[in-house]
Design a protein around this ligand. Structure first.
Ligand code: ZN
Length: 244
């Protein structure tokens, strides 16, 4: 079976559409595993929820998903993120609100635990350092954990000897699952932050036990034009060009 691992769509319909087309072009998947933050920042929250709902998928709650429905206080957000969040809230249909309201904090799929931020703090914690990751290996029972939230494709590895390491998950590289416990971030679909503006996602093949990362070009200008049209903050518009 093959599974798509996607995170942080962030209302970027052009990026999400390009990723779904790429998945189809590679032969499709059994199920899409979405690690949260379907909305926030971008110009098409309703459309992204609708498109995700058309796929066979599971999805987690992210901080932006909760903030958009008032489940989180936006005073924790930077001013641009908060402004985009208030705009997002006005775009959601009652069905969209129901959908976001019912997203779980974690999901188990075979050897994998799925969360948005970290297993210790599923909504808020960013896993970017080896020391934070090392502590988090104590907070999930499965061999592997999938996280989003930082929008940076990374693999944290915890060896049998207790050593923890961190590696970038580079485009078109394969990760073969072995004995080590891993925390894996597939990067962000809708707002990459590793200096590469292409949409990021991964496909897991349960037969070969391989996860492969893909970076997909999409029409960044189309998303930016929609953001300008809706008066979303210019810093959020500009960062899509740089992947930062
Ligand atoms: Zn996010």
């Amino acid at each position: 079976m093959r599974y798509a691992i996607i995170a942080d769509i962030h209302s970027n319909l052009a990026a999400f559409t390009a990723v779904l087309a790429d998945i189809e072009q590679r032969g499709g998947v059994e199920e899409v595993w979405c690690l949260g933050d379907v909305v926030g920042y971008g110009p098409d929250p309703h459309e992204c929820i609708a498109l995700l709902s058309q796929t066979n998928h599971v999805c987690l709650a992210g901080n932006h998903d909760w903030a958009a429905i008032g489940k989180l206080d936006t005073s924790y957000f930077n001013p641009e993120a908060a402004a985009a969040c208030h705009w997002t809230a006005q775009q959601l249909s009652p069905e969209d609100v129901d959908y976001l309201e019912n997203l779980p904090l974690s999901i188990h799929k075979g050897d994998f635990t799925l969360v948005h931020g970290s297993p210790r703090e599923p909504i808020w914690e960013y896993l970017l350092s080896t020391s934070e990751a090392k502590e988090n290996f104590a907070y999930f029972q499965t061999q592997f954990c999938l996280v989003g939230h930082s929008h940076v494709p990374l693999v944290f590895s915890y060896s049998e000897t207790g050593a923890c390491s961190c590696n970038q998950f580079l485009p078109d590289t394969e990760l073969t699952l072995g004995k080590s416990r891993l925390i894996i971030n597939p990067g962000g679909v809708g707002q990459p932050r590793d200096g590469n503006p292409r949409a990021s996602y991964a496909i897991y093949d349960s037969e070969t036990r391989i996860i492969r990362l893909y970076r997909i070009p999409y029409d960044i200008g189309a998303t930016q034009a929609r953001m300008v049209e809706h008066g979303l903050p210019m810093r959020l518009v500009a960062r899509l060009s740089h992947g930062l």
